[in-house]
Structures are given as structure tokens and as C-alpha cells.
Design a protein around this ligand. Structure first.
Ligand code: NI
Length: 179
């Protein structure tokens, strides 16, 4: 397995829509999945999309994390050609992205989603997600459409470096009260 280089903000691959995976069982996608898992584990992220490792394929990793769980404890779900159905209710929370190291922003996302796609063996995979997991899925599927979390931010004043996150948290509380 190989650690892959992660594309950073400014690389065109991050704003280019990705193509469907033709046959996940082929050796090439299988190798890519293994390398992406290793890369995600190494980076300590919550999710990773193929365009982030310079591959324009509709393939994501997302940890099915629940509140209070440590990310290292939860192996990522591999989802190929994913589609999401968003619930009506939104919530605000802080997001980051391995392609925007050090940055955090307040992003509205659907609280609940239904997802469907196929697993790494090409078998149909469907499920429901809420909270952190729902947010990770929306963030990663956005990558497949060339969308970064910055583009989902209604107010860029709530973009900050990780070290300044306490200010963001205060802003989030105020916004929550207004909703
Ligand atoms: Ni990201």
C-alpha cells in the first residue's frame, strides 16, 4: 500500500466533477481504495474522496462516527457512486478538510441523510445517517462534484484557523440561538 499525496486548495482536481467508477472489482480501483484507506488513517481524517488524491472517480471513504466516538476506533465506510437524499432539517457545525489544512469553517448541513451506492465488491449499499456521519457523507459527496466546504459557507466571517476555533464556537452558539 502507498500513501497518496493529498491535493490542496487551488489544485484544479478539487473543483472538477468526478466520473462514475465502472467496475470496482478491477485491480486498479481496489488498489486505490486500499491506498486511500491508508492515506486517511495516516492523515487522521474523518473522510476522503478520490479527487482529493488526484483521481477523478466517484469514490469516498467516510467514518460512520457517532457522537463521543474517537475517529481512530471507527473504520471508514467505502462508498462508490454514492447518492444522497437530504433530510429537511439543517444544522450548523464546524468542518475542516484535509485539502484545506489548518482551516475550519461553520457550515450548514442536513441533519439526516439516506445514502445509497455500492461497496468495494460492487454490492448495493444503502443506509441512513445522522449528525457527524451525515455531515461527513455530505462533505465527501460534495468533493465528487467539485464542491469544497468553503463554497457551502453562508458567511465567510466564520472561517478560521484551527487555533482560533474557540471564536468560531462562540459564533456558532449565537447563530444557533437565532435559528
Ligand atoms: Ni474534504
Amino acid at each position: 500500500m502507498t500513501l497518496l499525496e493529498i491535493a490542496r486548495l487551488g489544485h484544479p482536481v478539487l473543483i472538477t466533477p468526478a466520473e462514475p467508477v465502472r467496475d470496482p472489482a478491477e485491480p486498479e480501483p481496489q488498489r486505490l481504495i486500499d491506498d486511500m484507506i491508508e492515506t486517511l488513517e495516516d492523515a487522521g481524517g474523518l473522510g476522503l474522496a478520490a479527487p482529493q488524491v488526484h483521481r477523478r472517480l466517484r469514490l469516498i471513504l467516510a467514518r460512520p462516527l457517532e457522537e463521543g466516538q474517537a475517529r481512530e476506533e471507527v473504520p471508514p465506510l467505502v462508498l462508490i457512486d454514492p447518492e444522497l437524499e437530504l433530510g429537511e432539517e439543517d444544522e450548523l457545525a464546524i468542518e475542516g478538510c484535509l485539502s484545506l489544512p489548518g482551516l475550519r469553517g461553520v457550515v450548514p448541513r442536513a441533519k439526516r441523510v439516506r445514502y445509497r451506492g455500492v461497496d468495494r465488491h460492487g454490492r448495493p449499499l444503502t443506509g441512513e445517517a445522522e449528525g457527524v456521519f451525515a455531515r461527513i457523507l455530505q462533505h465527501e459527496v460534495d468533493h465528487l462534484d467539485g464542491i469544497l466546504f468553503l463554497m457551502r459557507m453562508p458567511d465567510l466571517r466564520y472561517l478560521a484557523y484551527e487555533e482560533e476555533m474557540e471564536h468560531l464556537l462562540a459564533a456558532l452558539e449565537t447563530q444557533g440561538e437565532q435559528q
